[in-house]
Design a protein around this ligand. Structure first.
Ligand SMILES: [Zn+2]
Length: 368
């Protein structure tokens, strides 16, 4: 049994507690929370400078792209980014595997305990089986042409089963409204089963995406036409976010919304990846449009970020919003745990095993 105290405790299911004490067992389960150090024998308390909060949940990452760190130049726009990502396979298997291992290490060091991770391959499976972190695996599909749908779906089902066979959460998800032809989207919805806790999708990541749907004009339409994309992709909708309605019964995590307006928003979970948005498009979302009880945060991958640190992400949100520290920490832990269905994580409630981060002078240390 340990008793941990600091200048402030941020349990997140209740308001912050000044000089509170958390009681944990030897496996890290929370046994209790005390409002006052006097309630515990003084020689038993470990007192830290700074504040304590639950482990962080990185709600959006692409761990398998870690080898593309420093490969794509920042601030060149989304289409340049998407074209560069296509070169992901020119690297050796060793380089890919080592980069995945190092990236996971970095997340662990930065106080991250769980990840919502996009997978187009099985490259991360071996590392994830080590159970260093918890993962929700989103098997992502895309195809702008209908002719590949059968192959895309059968390969996604194969990958989903591989992750599920290893006792991990996995759902098949569409990449984005512009990269999935209407029938592929229908297929994704149809194969969704009761083990699908949540669907995630990239929405309004670039201004050109917005222009595609609202004006049927711009660089995206030229790019899609050059790939002989199914025109129904843009003819059938006038906003990117309208795709959310197609999933009427599912829990959704909409990622980015960098260019979304208040009118695009629904009662779903959102994930912002601010440092990736700066890296690719040099823009941030309007943080006033989000419901902070349902906003999560992600690092995106090392192909569009310099590090995998939830703390650095929320410091950037802090500079660009009016969110207080308790709200920023809910975004970092509680909301992501709820969205991804990790019921033991996210708050310092009795019975949970959330991991505990100590933050002092902007340095994050996972102490439990
Ligand atoms: Zn992404």
């Amino acid at each position: 049994m340990r008793f941990l105290s600091a200048d402030w405790i941020f349990p997140l299911h209740i308001p912050p507690v000044k000089k509170g004490v958390i009681e944990i067992d030897s496996s890290g389960y929370i046994l209790g929370l005390y409002n006052n150090r006097n309630e515990v024998k003084p020689n038993k308390i470990e007192i830290y400078e700074g504040y304590l909060c639950p482990g962080f949940v990185n709600a959006h990452c692409h761990l398998e792209l870690s080898h593309l760190s420093n490969f794509i130049k920042p601030d060149k726009g989304f289409i340049n980014f998407a074209k560069s990502i296509k070169k992901r396979n020119i690297f050796s298997e060793e380089k890919i595997e080592r980069s995945i291992r190092l990236a996971e290490d970095e997340m662990k060091k930065n106080g991250i305990v769980a990840v919502g991770d996009i997978c187009n391959t099985l490259d991360t499976l071996t590392q994830k089986k080590k159970r260093n972190l918890l993962y929700y695996n989103f098997i992502e599909v895309f195809s702008v042409k209908e002719q590949y749908n059968k192959d895309v779906i059968s390969s996604a089902l194969y990958m989903r089963n591989k992750f599920r066979d290893a006792n991990m959460k996995a759902s098949i998800v569409p990449h984005a409204p512009y990269s999935v032809n209407p029938n592929l989207l229908k297929n994704v919805i149809n194969i969704s089963d009761s083990d699908n806790d949540i669907i995630t999708i990239h929405i309004d990541e670039s201004f050109e995406e917005k222009k595609l749907f609202s004006l049927k004009d711009g660089e995206f339409i030229d790019w899609l036409k050059s790939m002989e994309a199914d025109p129904l992709i843009w003819e059938d909708r006038s906003t990117s976010s309208s795709i959310i309605k197609d999933f009427n019964t599912h829990k959704i995590l909409s990622v980015h919304n960098t260019f979304s307006d208040k009118s695009d928003m629904g009662d779903i979970y959102y994930c912002t990846c601010p440092r990736s948005n700066i890296y690719i498009e040099n823009t941030l979302p309007d943080y006033s449009i989000f419901n902070t009880e349902k906003l999560c945060v992600g690092t995106d991958s090392l192909s569009s970020n310099f590090s995998l640190s939830i703390y650095e992400e929320i410091m950037l949100i802090k500079e660009n919003s009016n969110f207080d520290l308790n709200t920023l920490l809910k975004i970092s832990s509680k909301n992501g745990a709820e969205a991804l269905g990790f019921s033991e994580l996210g708050t310092l409630e009795s019975g949970k095993k959330p991991g505990i981060n100590l933050i002092n002078k902007s340095v994050v240390n996972r102490i439990v």
